[in-house]
Design a protein around this ligand. Sequence first.
Ligand code: F3S
Length: 67
Amino acid sequence: MKPMRVKVDDRCCQGHGLCNVEVPEIFKLRDEDGHAYVEGPEVPTGLQDAVRRAGANCPEQAIAVTD
Ligand code: F3S
């Protein structure tokens, strides 16, 4: 089974930060502009539901999840 992957589109992210509140293990915020990034695209099984929620809740729809 392929692992779930996630990425943040920096052109869309406006630094709302909800993703970091929801899943700080996955979504980090850059010091310089507060935009989100992921350190690695693969999402551990136990965090997948939370990452999907973060994707649904991002006001800019900047989070893309691929199964
Ligand atoms: Fe950016 Fe959306 Fe997170 S705007 S900081 S990806 S909630």
